[in-house]
Design a protein around this ligand. Structure first.
Ligand SMILES: [Zn+2]
Length: 113
């Protein structure tokens, strides 16, 4: 099964790249209209890793890494495009599902005393 461009776009749009990157432990600081931080892909002391919240793209001036949210997850986790897409899409779905059936307490009476 092929993932359509539309599906990919919708996943990309539903994620704030800066937030996803921070969830991987990269500290970003707002600088002008961009976010900058230490690149997670190469060792550096001065931040050259830039995230543009407008385009939702990242770019590192140190090692030339760059891309979108799916590309970031692909590179950071060392997984394939499809896996990264499904991971993001799945997380999005479970977030939606949580709102519905969360109040159900799985309290089986397993007290055999
Ligand atoms: Zn870099």
């Amino acid at each position: 099964m092929q993932i359509s461009k539309k599906e990919i776009e919708s996943v990309k749009r539903s994620y704030e790249l800066a937030a996803v990157i921070e969830s991987y432990g990269v500290k970003l600081t707002k600088k002008g209209s961009n976010y900058v931080g230490l690149c997670p892909f190469h060792k550096e002391k001065t931040p050259s890793f830039t995230v543009n919240p407008k385009t939702n793209l990242y770019h590192c001036f140190g090692c030339n890494a760059g891309g979108d949210v799916i590309g970031f997850v692909t590179k950071k986790e060392g997984i394939g495009f499809r896996e990264a897409y499904e991971k993001l899409n799945g997380a999005q779905k479970s977030r939606r599902a949580e709102g519905k059936g969360k109040s159900r307490n799985t309290e089986h009476s397993d007290k055999n005393s």
